[in-house]
Ligand binder design. Sequence first.
Ligand code: MTE
Length: 398
Amino acid sequence: TPDYHVPRDSRLIRLTGVHPFNSEAPLTELYNQGFLTSPELFYVRNHGPVPRVQEEDIPKWELRIEGLVENPLVLNFKQILQDFDQFTLPVTLVCAGNRRKEQNQVRKSKGFSWGPAGVSTALFTGPLMSEVIWKARPFRRAKYVCMEGADKLPNGFYGTSVKLNWVMDPNRGFMLAHKMNGEPLRPDHGRPLRAVVPGQIGGRSVKWLTKLILTESPSDNWYHIYDNRVLPTMISPEVASKDTKWWKDERYAIYDLNINSAAAYPQHGEVLSLSTSGPIYTAKGYAYSGGGRRITRVEVSLDKGASWNLTEINYPEDKYRDFESDLFGGRVDMHWRETCFCWCLWSLEIPVSNLEKSDAILVRAMDESMNIQPRDMYWSVLGMMNNPWFRISITNEN
Ligand code: MTE
């Protein structure tokens, strides 16, 4: 395959054919990694072949900043490292297709079946995108930043756009990253340079980044228009493929992640030896929300949603906020003191006697804006942003 040069971990589950490479770790393996995911088990979403970049060519990698700017720039990789302050931020990336498998089981969507492990967290290091764009001196009428990657796909380069005022807000932490957990980016994750857009769907974090183009309107890249959208639920695959007007409506583009959660313990199909596990079983999992919003509660129901138990939540992200010194050559900064860009981890001790009476565990989260996961699924043609109550059925041994 064109990707034969890319090293990959055999524990990753391939979700599409051999090529392009799309994969997630088994959820328990992902959860057992803890707050940070090692690059080997970080989920991968590639629309096409990974661009080949030789080690010796990395210093010459170029990023262009052009369009509605007074001072167009061509920065090489060395300048990106040397001419700008370096920051290190913990960020959870989530594919908008996370949990799509559940939608596909109800009604086939146009996307492949992600389980609940299309989510991973790393410490990303690099300059803030805002500082790079300031240097290019944007014109007042510029409203969007289009980003372009080097991967050549059936419909051109991978590209998308975000609003310029988001990018210029340092609290949002938009960055250009060249390191993940202190190591140079791996080929699958955008080596040598990618955008990292905290709090938004992974599709906005363009890998193998070559261009930032400032414009008056959103990107007209094929992948911006025909991917990462939640069309109204009544639009069937047939209508969607006939009528482009549904795609061209920017209102249906998705940016901030929606609230979501899942249980890693118990896992689907796990046989719990309740009789031998002692009087308490600890259920565990993750939750995240979008736009920097903190998860304020995660609840578990054992009786189909009639009553809910409040779980304990651990926010490992918080310990990075007041980091004293540099981490991986990047300042851990104050910009994001108030914002949550990462998943949190919940747990609940359940008396085994209660589990034995139940046939399913339900999980739901709420965030600081009182967004709460819905009971019902919102099906859409691309099967994105699936976030109803997470459900694991329990079968008792006897
Ligand atoms: N950037 C480029 N150039 N090409 C891609 O295919 N996929 C996007 C985004 N950036 C993509 C890209 C999508 S849909 C997601 S979810 C994230 O990258 C996945 O990042 P990861 O593979 O590092 O986890």
